[in-house]
Design a binder for this molecule. Structure first.
Ligand SMILES: Cc1cc2nc3c(=O)[nH]c(=O)nc-3n(C[C@H](O)[C@H](O)[C@H](O)COP(=O)(O)OP(=O)(O)OC[C@H]3O[C@@H](n4cnc5c(N)ncnc54)[C@H](O)[C@@H]3O)c2cc1C
Ligand code: FES
Ligand code: FES
Length: 1363
């Protein structure tokens, strides 16, 4: 290695990980390695998970502690280990969830409470959640707040609700995680906490001693003494860390001078990166590897904080979190009644930037540099511009002070310029000139509390004084800054500032300002939602000016108080979260029916649970990443690679030509057909796999795949079919087998003839949805002797994975062992879509004769995997004047993508859900369109979700035509038991099991629906700029259990192992199987079942151990696996009972262990296998439920707040009410994502482009209903069900359509207020609202120009009155 004397390069790295010392020599680890990769591949710890690699999910969160030897002080903060580079943690201590607690040392209170509050399902997010919560606890405990009561932290309830904002969970719906976190809060009322294992609902006074104990301060040593000593001794040898390595390295200049020496040394070229927190990698992904890094975070001038008379100067390397603290302190220290309003508002706004774990390492300067170099939609640049900030730059030897505005306008800076600091003036009001300072900041973003960049943001500052002559307010010294709207950088709208300065603020002046603003802020070509952004900007200026203006109704202010029943506050986003959960546990089949905690949940929390990517890499393991097509239909002529550092890492490229002779190019299959593994010779759709790049690490493989340059040729090929309309033109359809095509009901022409009114043709469209399981698709393939191999796959159907792999390799099925232990979320996406990865890994391993692992990065996963079926529905409906519908005809176009997959079942599930109402007569024409898109597959409640929305859209359309309450139309069209039998002939069941009417009535009464609907009317009358809506939706969900195997074996020590075909994907299957085993064998267990549960171990699925495992999907696998377990247990009982009887002749009390030992001696077969096959009456049934949602919309931004959700769900006799409730709540929140948040966007070639956490927004904790009540009904005996239980995994998702319906109601109220007609100019109350309906759509439907219109009408009035 070359050395350059005197250059500050880091030659070795010392840090602590969970209290253990790690020393890494430079050269051993390349400087681009993220901390996460090091932890996961070089240490035994696996707690931090890779969920996105872009700072957007929180799965990788760890705690980092730093030590300041001068003050002998440790500071701790959470950080995303996927963005933090390993080298930046020199002399830091890192704690992962394993460091909090584990199986050997005992679990930590955070882990135990997460477990006890049922806050972990698939568990993939749980380690990150634990670390975010732990970090919030210990930081709150360090505050000077009063000591809390024993067992509590100093954290407050409202902080607890934000402690993990930014950590995504796709399973739980967040409510139980909030409860677990709140249980630590000093001001919590324990009675407000939801279902848990620590006390029963009936317990009058739950007390803290029942909770796993918590020690103030966290009870963990976050910074070990040995590292403190090393840090102290290194201070005595300052040159230790200052030796140079030049080929690859991490440079850490200690002064500006050293920085420029490095820059000028000629050693740093293209492959060098200058960093502070490196979080910008989450925003602008690295396109190649870097081999040199210059970390400028250690330059003292960049961390200085100087408090001056006029404001604060903040060093550019200061983190955003620290900046917030400084501003908060600065605000308090300003001599002014409310401190500095500027500092306070800046701090509040910055708290919505990114997430806590990004803000803790992201620097203020880094943000401004991004805003300067790129058109980055920075919040910080805009608000600091509004606050009139200046910056100090070092340009080689020169130091420059310029305004932030000048800084942003400069050409993009290069590495010769350092941003040293930012000066923020505090701008207090001036009592001498009698001017008041006003300062406001705004942002419109898909999520209210962050982890979502703004569509537009702004900050307004000015001085207000009273013009006594006109008795109006006048503004001066205005700064009106706007950013993120599709601009190169944030700007000040000087024309508007000038226009407003000195003018009396009246409606016509505000209108003039807004018209000028529309001319000034023009989004760049290609910006998404340009009109939306401009109209939201208009809304901001209007919000700012209206309180200062005469005669304008202020946004956010209620005109008169509305009824107390509805949440009534000016800031609904900040309403506290509350919930009520009702479950009934039954002890008839104990422990089945009890809300016991999830099987193995503590090890999920402690990070010890093993997912596929946690299996230690076998010797010689290689890693693969797909190269996919970006063209929809083209010959692939060649695949070459750019010359780059990443390309140098390529070991092999595996493609269709590497499939062994005798094998086939097959990557997926289901009963309707196969799908190829690679597009060869033609790429059939954008996102299709073309090859796999193999490298030594996953990151190298990912980076190398980005270097691919693919040459396509479309000569002689017809144009691709990308839309359902094009499919119709080209007659491009998949066949639906006649027995799967749904059955029509009644005589539609006759029904239409009987109708008083008709809607002849109307449309509703539903887009796709991506699964967003937290663990992306992954597999590890290990070649074994004699042409066999073992594949660990994260699959919901290992049995089919085995067959696809075997067919692809041309070997017998018996040569392929597929093992699946647990899956980090599936939602249907790991059913047939998981086979490609498993098969590709197998082909690579087979060819290279080395183990090959593939763990798709989030972007590739999103592009390739597909999702829910988009549907375009056209309906004609006839109805009577009283709302009774007489006939419905539907034309459905379903986009199935390139292959059949499971699509032929979708028409049936859509119609099954549509049939939840009695339409009188129902006919349809359904086309399953084959297009050049990724294949669409089953996603949680496939088809039912779309069908339910279509049905309710029709009901609401009818109600709006008749101008009646939609609920009255719903009830008019509910099924009688007779019509239920007509519409669901195979599954209606007995009359006594038809519980929908009672569920609906119960929900309407327990949620005070009618009173709330009335107070919403009042609210809407009293509020001009905010509207509310409420809707109540019923559910009928057809369920079809499938056959399943089970084997129960008792070992000689009496411990029990159970194998089932079903896969644990977070739905609690193992827990129910464990309960079922204990229930069944409990007959021979002397103490009832006490102590028996702990003896049961449920094993991973292994396709050669237990065959015919089948598919885990459709919500029924838990019950069928339990049924098989019960059968197997009963076989054992039959064999053991005679032994027991004989033993009992000698002694009455025969222990289990004695029984087993005796049975073993007598050569009784202690392993029993069963294959449960549903019978004629148990193979189909329907589930019922109902949901009510109440929403509020902000008409100026389109922002949606879910005020309340109420669900009632019939679980039969729930096998585990805690598990079922978790499924119901979680699926409802997932449904909310589909209906309003998640935008699945493709480009003109059909390539998925919203392919990151940056663009694709699943619900986060700040978007769930403020009040959420769920009730699991126990509806008694269902004799054809497994111990009377009913499925819970999917149906509640469908109920989230109530949110969409409530939204429509709120929009309708808005359109009524502003009498806004839709684009076709028809009635303002009739409009089409597709799925999803995010805030941009809400705003559009309310009207982009409502502010202008309103001001115009006021101005006309002003003119009329001469005001
Ligand atoms: C998930 C996520 C969400 C986010 N959400 C938001 C949001 O809502 N609003 C928002 O405004 N921002 C948001 N950000 C952006 C975030 O604020 C920036 O990534 C961060 O501030 C950059 O700081 P850093 O220290 O990590 O910079 P780095 O990544 O280390 O560096 C970024 C660039 O700046 C250069 N640089 C850094 N400091 C200096 C300096 N002092 N002088 C010269 N050059 C320098 C580096 O060379 C590099 O080119 C988000 C980021 C992530 C990852
Ligand atoms: S993996 Fe780091 S935030 Fe998602
Ligand atoms: S439990 Fe949170 S993602 Fe599965």
């Amino acid at each position: 290695m070359e050395t350059v004397a005197g250059k500050p390069v880091v030659d070795r790295l010392v840090f602590a990980l969970n209290g253990l010392r790690y020393e890494v020599a430079a050269g051993d680890v390349d400087p681009s390695m993220p901390l996460l990769e090091f932890i996961r591949t070089r240490t035994p710890f696996k707690g931090p998970k890779l969920g996105c690699g872009e700072g957007g999910c929180g799965a990788c969160v760890v705690l980092i502690a730093k030590y300041n030897p001068a003050a002998d002080e440790v500071t701790e903060f959470s950080a995303s280990s996927c963005l933090t580079l390993l080298y930046s943690i020199n002399f830091c201590s890192v704690i992962t969830t394993e460091g909090l607690g584990n199986t050997q040392d005992g679990f930590h209170a955070v882990q135990k409470r997460m477990s006890g509050f049922h806050a972990s399902q698939c568990g993939f997010c749980t380690p990150g959640m634990c670390m975010s919560i732990f970090s919030s606890l210990i930081n709150a405990d360090k505050s000077k707040r009063p000591e809390p009561l024993n067992g509590f932290s100093k954290l407050t309830v409202s902080e607890a609700e934000k402690a993990f904002s930014g950590n995504l969970c796709r399973c739980t719906g967040y409510r139980p995680i909030v409860d677990a976190c709140k249980s630590f809060a000093s001001d919590v009322d324990l009675e407000d906490l939801g279902l848990n294992i620590f006390w029963k609902r009936s317990d009058r006074n739950p007390d803290v001693s029942k909770l796993p104990s918590y020690t103030l301060g966290g009870g963990i040593c976050t910074f070990p003494d040995f590292l403190k000593s090393e840090i102290k001794s290194s201070l005595n040898h300052p040159n230790d860390a200052c030796i140079a390595v030049s080929r690859e390295g991490w440079y850490h200049p200690r002064s500006i001078k050293q920085y420029y020496e490095l820059i000028n040394s000629g050693l740093f070229g293209e492959s060098t990166k200058v960093v502070v927190g490196n979080t910008s990698t989450g925003v602008y992904k690295d396109q190649d590897l870097y081999n040199k890094y210059i970390d400028i975070g250690g330059i003292p001038e960049l961390s200085n904080i100087v408090r001056r008379e006029a404001g604060i100067e903040i060093g550019a390397a200061t983190t955003v979190s620290r900046t917030i603290e400084i501003l908060q302190q600065g605000c308090e220290s300003i001599y002014s009644p409310n401190g500095s309003v500027v500092f306070r508002k800046l701090a509040e706004h910055m708290s919505k930037v990114a997430t806590p774990f990004v803000r803790n390492t992201a620097s203020l300067g880094g943000n401004l540099i991004l805003a300067q170099k790129y058109p980055f939609p920075s919040d910080i640049a805009t608000i600091l511009l509004g606050a009139g900030s200046t910056v100090c730059l070092q340009v080689v030897a020169e130091r420059r002070h310029i305004t932030l505005e000048q800084f942003l306008q400069q050409p993009p800076l290069d590495t010769t310029t350092l941003l040293l600091n930012i000066f923020i003036p505090h701008w207090v009001s001036d009592s001498q000139t009698e001017t008041n300072l006003v300062f406001e900041t705004y942002r419109a973003a898909p999520r209210p509390l962050g982890n979502a960049v703004s569509y537009v943001n702004s900050a307004f500052l000015g001085h207000v004084s009273l013009d006594e002559l006109s008795d109006t307010l006048v503004l001066s010294n205005l700064h009106l800054a706007f950013g993120a709207y599709g601009t190169e950088h944030a700007i000040r709208t000087r024309k508007v500032e000038k226009f407003l300065t000195g003018k009396s603020l009246t409606a016509s002046i505000v209108l003039g300002a807004i018209q000028l603003l529309r001319e000034t802020i023009v989004p760049m070509e290609g910006t998404s939602h340009p009109e939306y952004r401009v109209s939201a900007a208009v809304g901001f200026l209007f919000s700012f000016l209206s309180p200062l203006s005469k005669g304008i109704t202020e946004p956010g202010k209620t005109l008169t108080m509305s009824s107390a029943n509805s949440a009534d506050t000016d800031d609904v986003c900040n309403l506290p979260l509350s919930s009520r959960r009702e479950t009934i546990s039954s002890d008839e089949y104990k422990p089945v029916g009890e809300p016991i905690k999830k099987y193995g949940v503590e090890i999920q929390a402690s990070g010890e649970a093993v997912y596929v990517d946690d299996i230690p890499a076998p010797k010689n393991c290689l890693y693969g990443e797909f190269i996919y097509s970006t063209q929809p239909f083209a010959y692939v002529k060649s695949i070459k690679f750019k010359s780059s550092l990443a390309s140098e890492k390529i070991i092999a490229v595996v493609s269709a030509k590497d499939i062994p002779s005798g094998g086939q190019n097959i990557g997926s299959t289901f009963m309707f057909g196969d799908e190829p593994l690679f597009g060869d010779p033609i790429a059939q759709f954008a996102g299709q796999a073309l090859a796999v790049v193999i490298a030594e690490t996953q990151r190298y493989a990912d980076m190398a795949a980005k270097q691919a340059v693919i040459e396509y040729d479309t000569k002689d090929l017809s144009p691709p079919i990308l839309t359902v309309e094009q499919a119709v033109e080209n007659n491009s359809y998949f066949k639906v087998p006649p027995d799967l095509y749904p059955k029509e009901v009644g005589d539609v022409p006759k029904g239409m003839a009987e109708a008083d009114h008709k809607i002849p043709s109307a449309e509703v469209k539903l887009a796709s949805e991506y699964y967003f399981y937290m663990e992306t698709q992954t597999a590890l393939a290990i070649p074994d002797e004699d042409n066999t191999l073992v594949v660990y796959s994260s699959s919901q159907d290992p049995e089919l994975a085995q067959s696809v792999i075997a067919k692809c390799l041309g070997i017998p099925f018996s040569n392929v062992r597929v093992i699946t232990r647990r899956v980090g979320g599936g939602f249907g996406g790991k059913a047939f879509r998981s086979f490609h990865v498993a098969t590709a890994a197998a082909v690579c391993a087979y060819k290279l004769r080395r183990p090959v692992r593939m763990y798709l990065n989030r972007n590739t996963d999103m592009v390739m995997v597909g999702g829910r079926h988009p549907v375009k529905a056209n309906y004609s409906v006839g109805f009577k004047s009283d709302g009774k519908i007489t006939a419905l005809h539907l034309d459905l176009l379903i986009n199935a993508g390139i292959s059949e997959d499971a699509s032929p079942i979708i028409p049936g599930t859509i119609i099954s859900s549509v049939k939840k109402y009695n339409w009188g007569a129902l006919s349809f024409d359904i086309k399953l369109c084959k297009t050049n898109n990724t294949s669409k597959s089953v996603m949680r409640a496939p088809g039912d979700t779309q069908g339910s929305l279509i049905a309710d859209a029709i009901i609401e359309h009818v109600a709006s035509v008749l101008s009646v309450d939609a609920n009255s139309v719903r009830e008019k069209n509910f099924h009688s038991y007779d019509s239920l039998q007509l519409f669901y002939p195979d599954s209606a069941g007995e009359a006594s099991t038809y519980t929908l009417h009672s569920i609906f009535d119960r929900l309407v009464s327990t949620s005070s629906y009618l009173d709330r609907a009335e107070s919403i009317k009042q609210f809407n009358k009293c509020n001009k700029w905010r509207k509310r809506g409420i809707s109540c939706v019923p559910l009928i969900f057809n369920v079809e259990p499938r056959a399943a195997p089970g084997r129960v074996s008792v070992l000689n020590d009496g411990s029990i192992v159970v194998e089932v075909g079903g896969i644990e994907i977070g739905q609690g299957l193992w827990t129910k199987v464990q309960q079922m085993t204990a229930f069944a064998l409990g007959q021979l267990w002397p103490k009832g079942c006490e102590g028996l549960l702990e003896r049961v171990r449920v094993l991973q699925a292994d396709t050669l151990n237990l065959i015919q495992g089948g598919l885990t999907a459709g919500s029924t696998t838990s019950e069928s696996s339990c049924a098989a377990t019960l059968q197997a247990c009963n076989m054992l009982i039959d064999r053991l009972k005679p032994v027991m009887d004989r033993l009992q002749l000698q002694s009455e009390n025969v222990s289990w262990d004695t029984l087993i030992s005796q049975a073993s001696q007598e050569n009784v077969n202690l392993s029993a296998s069963a294959y449960w096959v549903p019978g004629q009456y148990s193979n189909k049934y329907v589930n019922y439920g109902a949901g009510i949602s109440e929403v509020e919309i902000d008409l100026l931004t389109g922002a949606v707040t879910l005020l309340r959700g109420d669900l009632v769900y019939d679980c039969g006799k729930s096998m585990n009410p805690a598990v079922d409730l978790g499924q119901i709540e979680g699926s409802f929140i997932q449904g909310i994502g589909f209906f309003i948040y998640e935008e699945y966007l493709t480009n003109s070639d059909g390539l998925m482009i919203s392919n990151s956490t940056w663009d694709y927004k699943i619900p986060s904790v700040d978007t769930i209903p403020k009040q959420f009540n769920a009730e699991v009904l126990n509806t008694g005996i269902h004799k054809n069900r497994v111990l009377s239980s009913k499925a819970s995994g999917e149906p509640a998702l469908v109920l989230a359509s109530s949110v969409h319906c409530a939204l429509r109601e709120a929009i309708r109220a808005a359109r009524k207020e502003f009498a806004n007609s839709n684009r076709s100019g028809s009635s303002p109350l009739a409009f089409q609202m597709d799925v999803p309906a995010p805030m941009t759509v809400v705003k559009e439907l309310c009207g982009f120009d409502i502010v202008d219109k309103y001001l115009e009408s006021l101005s006309t009035h002003e003119l009329g009155t001469g005001a």
